[in-house]
Design a protein around this ligand. Structure first.
Ligand code: ATR
Length: 278
């Protein structure tokens, strides 16, 4: 049996089982199963270290265990090392290896849905300075963004992110300074929880952002957040956040099962239906 799980607390909201079991069926992977595993914070490190003994060939790790997973493992790929967070665990001949595919998923989604966008063509503005912002900032720098501008309610957190990731060309702005951050930028991404169902929307004025700038959100419930709606109405190209979730799953599936799966409209529709958004 090739068993993989997603470890989280809570984990019931995770769409990873739906995504991976869809690909398992599509590619007729024999004896494969992907299951949710709810693990309390106090048990997360031990569970992660014991994955092989528990019969798993790999795992995904979601909130709030990504940093714990990094600390629990001895081996990491370069991205996980840089972010100090793990969302994918793979069994290698040397033992368990922690990887991080969140940034890959972010960039792959933009390449898929906005092929005309080019990271190198302008500064990238990131709203937020949490775990998601770290993955996005590192990925954008790697993709060639000439400058990263981090806008956060708490600028000291953005400063810490910049230092910790050793971003080469980054600037920090408070929310009140957002207009300066948007000036001349090529990309705006929201990595905060603002805009999520039941939360307040992002309110920064988009007028200083060039019309050609791509606007995206990592929030995908709703699919079109208030920020994306304003951006679309203002004439910006926009990309929703669901694809990041779908694309971040690709490298894990390939590593565990030896087949590179595709992010298709069918998969997107399946996840949207499960979210009750069709
Ligand atoms: P994650 O790891 O999912 O990215 P996080 O670490 O809790 O989540 O980070 C949440 C981000 O959303 C932070 O940038 C936070 O701003 P602060 O650093 O100032 O706390 C931002 N955020 C959350 N609620 C917010 C709100 N009501 N207004 C502005 N920013 C908010």
């Amino acid at each position: 049996m090739k068993k993989v799980c997603v470890i989280g607390w809570p984990v019931a909201h995770s769409r990873s089982p739906l995504i991976h079991n869809h690909w398992i069926a599509e590619h007729k992977i024999p004896d494969a199963r992907y299951e949710p595993m709810a693990v309390k914070p106090e048990n997360a490190a031990a569970t992660i270290r014991d994955l092989a003994a528990l019969g798993f060939i790999g795992a995904n790790v979601t909130v709030p265990h990504k940093e714990t997973a990094f600390a629990a493992l001895d081996r990491h790929d370069a991205t996980a090392r840089r972010l100090k967070a793990v969302n994918t665990i793979v069994t290698t001949p040397q033992g368990l290896e922690g990887r991080n595919t969140d940034g890959y998923g972010f960039i792959a989604n933009l390449k898929d849905r906005a092929p005309a966008w080019n990271a190198a063509s302008g500064a990238a503005v990131i709203l937020g300075a949490g775990g998601a912002a770290r993955a996005v900032a590192a990925a954008l720098e790697e993709a060639g963004a000439p400058e990263i501008r981090i806008v956060n309610r708490t600028p000291s957190r953005a400063e810490a992110l910049m230092r910790d990731l050793e971003l080469k060309s980054a600037k920090v702005f408070s929310t009140a300074e957002a207009a300066r951050a948007l000036d001349g930028a090529g990309l705006l991404v929201n990595t905060t929880t603002l805009g999520m169902k039941g939360e307040n929307d992002v309110t920064i004025d988009l007028a200083p952002l060039p019309k050609s700038a791509l606007v995206t959100d990592i929030v995908y419930t709703p699919l079109e957040t208030g920020l994306l709606r304003r951006a679309r109405e203002g004439g910006h190209p926009t990309v929703d956040g669901l694809g990041m979730l779908l694309h971040q799953a690709v490298p894990g599936f390939e590593a565990w099962f030896g087949v590179r799966p595709q992010v298709t409209e069918k998969l997107r529709a399946l996840v949207l239906a499960d979210l009750g958004m069709t």
